[in-house]
Design a protein. Structure first.
Length: 440
């Protein structure tokens, strides 16, 4: 509809321009014919017109409306018009129509007094030069042709828009149909991605990326639920067995010892649940309040409380400042120190410094180390190597996973790197001056 209205306006405008141009040209020709004929008048003699054949109607009419002279085509005709131009506007144009002869475009010219005297006319005389109305003005062929052209172009535009919209909607429908087939139980399907780089191609690409992330997240949740249920089932089964034994054999079981064991199991369950809550908050992106923290001072405070067990040697630079959550960073340091002291033979070394706009903290022990193929596995939830299970049977297996998530939440990394002996954990965090701007 918009195309039809727009094309109609253009067509009507073009029609008016063409018709006005034809009419103006016709009046120009009649005016020129009238001027040339008047210019050829001689005393007592009015020659025949030498004007173009299109302007074949010439008449000299006196003030009483009598035709004094006329061209061959106008001979015997009454005056072409009763229009009498005044002295101050000697040349005027007009249109005269009759039911029998159609319409005539003419120019009426008032003769100058000296021209009247030259012809022996004592009264004002008028010259009429006319031509029959051109067919383009007398018929409606131009309007019909314009209307047909407007309808044709509007039809082509409508057809093109329909084809384009159908093709576009078919892409959307294909995406919708595929999305309707995707269920939580099967997230492997992907929507068809059309070629090119238009909006639909980018939409399909984004949808597929979102589906891939969703599939990965659901798979992680499934593994997490399976592992969590397995890790919780064992202590719960043990607790249930102890309590059931105490109920079934009250004379053979020491209640105090049973309660003591039950408390130990519940302590482990509480620790696992607390760690799971921490992981859940970190994975869902719940923001923690950040503040300026001097890692050097934080490491000094944490290691000062470690009086028993394997000694910890500290080598730190002054004022290694980062922006983060104090409680979460303390949790990372505590986990790394506890893990290192648990596996160290004689000592643990802690360093902190600045490198390439990052704060770098290393915790190294001199124990047996971690095999290269296991250096990523230890950061998975509930993954505990055999050596760790022997040294601490009651551990939850979530400490390193929590530490890595905290590092990533602070836009940093936590990795295990090569060391001459033992395991070296390297924590990298953006320095405050690197995050806020160039250091001064």
């Amino acid at each position: 509809m918009l195309a039809l209205v727009f094309l109609t306006v253009i067509g009507v405008s073009l029609d008016f321009l063409v018709l006005d141009r034809v009419r103006d040209r016709a009046f120009h020709e009649t005016q020129r014919a009238s001027t040339e004929w008047i210019g050829s008048f001689e005393p007592g003699r009015i020659p025949l017109s030498t004007t173009p054949a299109s302007v074949d109607l010439l008449q000299l009419v006196d003030s009483r409306g009598q035709v004094v002279a006329a061209s061959e085509a106008a001979a015997g005709l009454p005056p072409l018009s009763t229009l009498r131009p005044p002295a101050d506007d000697r040349i005027q144009g007009g249109t005269a129509c009759s039911p029998q002869g159609g319409c005539i475009l003419f120019t009426a010219s008032r003769l100058l007094p000296q021209t009247n005297r030259l012809l022996g006319q004592g009264e004002p005389s008028f010259v009429y030069a006319g031509m029959r109305e051109p067919a383009i003005l007398s018929s409606h062929g131009l309007e019909v042709g314009t209307a047909a052209g407007v309808l044709l172009v509007a039809s082509l535009v409508t057809w093109g828009n329909w084809q384009f919209s159908t093709r576009m909607m078919s892409r959307v429908e294909a995406i919708r149909e595929r999305m309707s087939e995707i269920t939580v139980s099967d997230l492997s399907l992907r929507v068809p991605q059309p070629p090119g780089c238009d909006e639909f191609a980018r939409l399909a690409f984004t949808v597929n990326q979102t589906l891939a992330r969703l599939e990965e997240s659901v798979e992680l949740q499934r593994r997490f639920a399976s592992t969590t249920s397995h890790e919780l089932r064992n202590p719960l089964a043990g607790l249930h067995a102890q309590l059931e034994e105490a109920v079934l054999y009250p004379g053979d079981v020491d209640p105090r010892e049973t309660v003591h064991k039950a408390l130990s199991v519940t302590d482990r369950l509480v620790a696992i649940v607390d760690d799971l809550l921490v992981l859940s908050r970190l994975r869902t992106g719940d923001p923690a309040a950040h503040e300026p923290i001097d890692l050097s001072a934080l490491i000094t405070q944490e290691t000062a409380t470690l009086t028993d067990g394997v000694p910890v040697h500290v080598h730190i630079d002054r004022e290694v400042k980062v922006s983060g959550s104090r409680i979460q960073l303390i949790r990372v340091l505590s986990n790394l120190l506890a893990n290192a002291r648990r596996h160290a033979d004689t000592e643990v070394e802690v360093t902190a410094g600045r490198t390439d706009g990052q704060a770098v903290v290393t915790v190294t022990d001199d124990g047996d180390g971690i095999a290269p193929q296991d250096r990523e596995r230890v950061f998975e939830r509930f993954v505990r190597l055999d050596a760790a299970r022997r040294r601490e049977p009651g551990g939850s297996g979530l400490g390193l996973a929590i530490s890595r998530d905290i590092a990533q939440a602070h836009h940093g990394t936590l990795l295990i790197e090569d060391a001459p002996r033992g395991a070296r954990f390297v924590l990298r965090l953006p320095l405050m001056d690197a995050a806020d701007g160039p250091a001064t």
